[in-house]
Structure formats: C-alpha cells, structure tokens
Design a protein around this ligand. Sequence first.
Ligand code: C2E
Ligand code: CA
Ligand code: CA
Length: 667
Amino acid sequence: MKLFDEHVLLRFLLLVASVLISALLYSCSDGFSLKEFVVVFSISVLCNLFLLYVALFYGFPRSNKEKKIRNDVGEPQLQPAEPSRDYKKDYQEKNELFQMMIDVSAEGFWTFDVPTGKVFWSKKVAQLLGVDPSQIDDSFELLRSRVVTQDWDAFRVALNEIFNQKSHNFSITLRLLHKQDVSFMISGRVQCGEDGRPIRVIGALSEKVDRKILEKRNSYYDYQDALTGLGSRRFFLEKLKVDIDVAAQRPDYVFGVALIDIDSFGAINDSYSISVGDDVLRIVGERIKSSCGEYDFCARIDPDVFAVLFHGVKSSDPNLELQNIVSRMHGKIKMPIQIDGKELYISASMAVVLSKDVDCVEDVLASANVILRDLKKSGTHGGVQFFTGGVREKAMKLYRMEVDIRKAIQANEFMLMYQPIVDIQNGDRLVGFEALVRWNSAERGIISPADFIPLAEETGLIVPMGALILRMACEQTKKWVDMGFKDICVSVNFSAKQFALDSMKNDIMDVLNEVGLNPHNLKMEVTEYTAMCEAEKTLILMKELTDLGLRISIDDFGTGYSSLSYLKRYPVHTLKMDKSFIDHVTDDEEDAAFARMVIGIARSMNLDLIAEGVETRAQMEFLKREGCRNIQGFYFSKPLSPEDALEYMKAHYADEPETLPNEIRIA
Ligand code: C2E
Ligand code: CA
Ligand code: CA
C-alpha cells in the first residue's frame, strides 16, 4: 500500500529549495555593488520561477513498471471504443462454428423443413450408415433403403405424430438391413412457428453401442478366436514376430512353431453339420491346449488350422523336446470324438519349424505350409513332419512351377494319355479310357500330373487347365466315335475347384455342343472329397449333368470318408476302387476282405465298379473271381498316346452287348 505519491514529495522539495536559494542569496548580498546585486537578484528570480514552474506544473514521466501495474488494473476511459459490429460476418462465423461442431461430433444430425419437405443430413450420417457422402440427398430415401422395414415404419409413424402435433419429440432404434449387429438411435424434436405449428424437425442419429458386442468385437475378433477361445491369427502373428525378434538378438533363445491342419475337415461339415464341425474344432482346440505348457501359445489361424508357439525351448536338444511334445499332442488329437452319441475319427497333419531355420514370420508360414502340402501330396494324411534343409528350396521350386504352369497353359503344353479300361468278365473287351494329363514342357520334358495337379488345384490354375483338358478329351473321343467306336467312353478327371464353378454345367454343355459329342461318351471322375464339397450344390449339379446323359464315377473310392449314405443320394454310376486296396489283395487277408466289401457295395447299390492299379495276373484273377467286372491297370496297359490308344482300340474294342450274362452282372 502507498502512503504518499513520490511526485508530490518531489514538488514540495523543489519549492523548499527555491525558498532556501532566495534566502541564501539575500544573506550574501550585503557587500555587493548595485550592479552585482541586480545580476544576483535576476538570477535568483529566474531560478525561483523555474523551480516554481517545475514544482507546480511539470508532468513527471512515470516509470514502465508503474505504467504496467496501472494498465493491469485497467483504465476504462482509455480503452478504445468498441468497433462498429459487422453482422454479416458474425452470422457467417456462427454458421462456420455450427458446421464445425456438426462435423466433429460423433453423432449425425438431420433436419426436416416442413414447408419445403427437404431433409438435411450431416456428413456423419453417411459415415454411420456406411454410404458414400455423395449418396446423400435431401430426402429420407437414404434411410429408408438402409434400415429394416419395421424400423422404417416406426420412424414414419413417429414423424407423423409430430406433424399432427400429437408429440414433440421421439427416439427410435433403427437396425441396418445389411449389418444386423449394428443398431442406431434416431431422435427428433419439433420446432414450431409463432402460430404453434411445426416448421422444422431437428434430430440426431447415433450408433447404439452394446457394451457386450463392443468387448466381443475388440477382444474376440482381434485377439481371440470366438469359437475355440484360443488366440486369433493376428495375435499369433504378433507373438511370433516378438519371438523372432528376440531370437535374432539372443542366439541362445530357441522357439518352435507347430501348424496343425485337420485333414479333410470340409467333409466333416458336409457329412454331419456345421455345428458338429464347430464342436470338432472346439474339442481339437482343447486337446491342443491341454498338451501344451503353461507358457506356450495356442491359436486358430485358419478355419481348420491351429498353431502353437512353443516359447523358449530350454532343452539342449530342442528337436527331441519338441518331437516328444508334438507326438503326444498328435496322439491326443486323433482320439475318437464323441458328439451327440456319434463317434468321429479325425486325423491331423502337423508341420514343425524351429527358430534356427527361419528368419521372419513369412518364412515360418511358408515353410510350414510346404511341409503340410507335402504331407497331403504324399498321401500321408495325419503325418508329423519337421522342417528340413530342403524345405525352403522346395518352396522356391513350387513358386517357379506355378509361374511355369501359367505359361504352359498359354503355350498349350498339356497333352492327354489314355489308359484302357477293360471288361474282364467279357473277353477283356475295351470299354473305355481314362484321360490322364501330361505336361510336355519345352524346358523339362514330360512331367507327371502328380507333380503339378496339386499345385494347380491350390492356385486355382486347375480351372483353365481343366477346361483345356475337357476340350482335348472331347475332341479326341469324337474322332474315335466318328471312326466307328461309337460306344467308347472316355473318363475325365474333375477337381473340386472346377465343380465349384457356377458355370460348370454350361461350360460342359458348350464343349459337347461345339465338338458334337454325345454325353453318353463322356464320364466324369470326381473324388469322394469333390462330391462332398458344398454337398447340396454339388448334388444339384450332378443331377443336372446326369440328366444330360453324362455319367459320374467316384474316384479313389475307399480312401475318403466312411459315410456311404451319400452314394444313395448322388446320381453316381461307377465306383473306382483305389489302387491301394488292390496292391495286396493277394497277400493280405484284410485287403482282400476290403476289396470283397467294395465289390459287395457296388453290387448291392447297382453301381458299376472299376478296380484301378491292377498290375499282376494274380490280382486280376482274384478280382475276376470275386465278380469285379472292369479293370484298369498296367496289367493290361499303361496310359497310351492317342495313336497307341487307337491301335489298342482296334485290337480290343467291341460294341456294348445288348444284355450282359446274368452271372457276371453286378446288380
Ligand atoms: P487317378 O485319377 O487316380 O489316376 C490313376 C493314376 O494311377 C494314373 O496316374 C495312372 O497312370 C496310375 N495307374 C494306373 N494303373 C496303374 C498301375 O497298374 N500301377 C501304377 N503304379 N499306377 C497306375 P497319373 O496319370 O500319374 O495320374 C495321377 C493323378 O493325377 C490321377 O490319379 C489324378 O488324380 C491326377 N490327374 C491325372 N490327370 C488329370 C486330369 O486330367 N485332371 C485332373 N484334375 N487330375 C488329373
Ligand atoms: Ca481318376
Ligand atoms: Ca484314382
């Protein structure tokens, strides 16, 4: 607090000083001459006048500090006058602010102008409803087309009640037509004019977030597999990446990865039901988890593929340690599964990779996939295979092969060989051929289908390749029919991917029509697996094809699924007993019994039967004795070029007899 103003004090001191100076000059002026006295007196008067002026009228400057303090307090009279307001600018700014608020809001806004009938939607509405903002117009059409009909009706009723002044506001839940798990809350409030009649409805639209759904979305779908409760693919890849990074920094850190692929899982879904398939996956998941250590991480990374990350394998022999764990796990997975009183048997193929053999996530997956593919290709369903040095090279080789197959399709490098099918109950009469593809590569020579068909199937290249094969087989058969071999029947192999095509029936009809071949001369070979894929769709397709006069053969019969019920439903004409059952019919009683059983099935279901892969006279005689009619195998002939097939035909062909001797007819 200030007691006095220092400028007042200063002025007072100046006045005192001027009086003192005058008094001093008078006291000293006694000895002065007149002239000296006038000079001193004048000076004294001037000094006093000056001091008096300064003391009374001079405005001392204030220090900066002092000014600042004053300004802080504020001097209202010194404030500049308020500028004149620009109302147009104000309105514009308010509008912009309003628009910004609408844009940043998590809610969408809408207004309905009653006199014009126009609707305004904020951009957020488009985002919430999942449409492009350009689709927004000034009507309710957008909403009507996106929401469930009952909800749209409820909204209309609520709006009408507002117009009829029965209510002032509403709030309704809307469900989206195409995304039933998302719902919205739309609210509206009326704005009335001076006469009390509605002029506008203003409302908001916001997503209704169900906490449970949100949690499920966030955790389950991102990091947890909802079906099995194990980790998700994403979680597995993230964890794998961490382990790879750790192993790169610490050479003593060893981890292992196992990929577990349930064999022929599609068939379980098809022959039982999707819910049984789900139960199987859950049970397999539990079995895998219970075979792992506390710190190992289990995930389901594809519909029927599980993965285990064995963190920090401690043993001095990691290979051996993992071998013990995975073989225990494998044994557990294969145990019979009881569901709804049924006993199901499954097998699983396993690929195991150790950290020392891989550098990155892609490496782990590519190597494990090559192993799994290898296991399936070699027919070793249910095998366990560890990564070996050759796996990476194999992966590269497969990649090159894929590129080459694409080129080969363009360059027409595929050709067909024809293996005779012989009726042994009827003088070894030739009844037909199986068309078997070969790749006549300009670079590698003749390549066996076993080396490229699985890859072509996996990559989908089998579709264009299959179309080529069908056309070649039909053209060749037509030539033979025109030569007089009118009943010759050529079997063509079809893969599941071809069968899955919607255009399949039309594609076949087009080829038959263009070539001018009678469907009676063509047979389709499909495996049990193909027949069971998308069972209902395949069944319809098969019926359409057989209605056209085509015949269908089940290839590799006996290697697929135990369920025979499908044979009753499907319009199947022929069973081909797999070579693996023929190989030991003469020296293994079990195989002989199985062959007899298959012959019995074909007989009781009135189906033709072909035994394939017959190599010896003893096998042929066994089958003949047991009543099997048709044989395909090296015993009679290897697959032949079209020219050699023609020669074979000339020597062994005979038209179909009108009726067959009763004792050998399988019926
Ligand atoms: P697949 O359909 O089971 O064909 C029978 C295979 O057994 C043929 O092998 C045939 O040469 C062989 N084979 C026949 N008799 C004997 C025998 O007495 N002993 C032995 N050791 N083998 C015999 P190939 O031609 O190598 O075909 C292998 C597989 O490749 C076929 O098995 C089929 O699954 C596939 N394949 C062949 N051609 C085609 C095709 O045009 N399209 C499709 N999708 N797959 C094809
Ligand atoms: Ca076949
Ligand atoms: Ca076969």
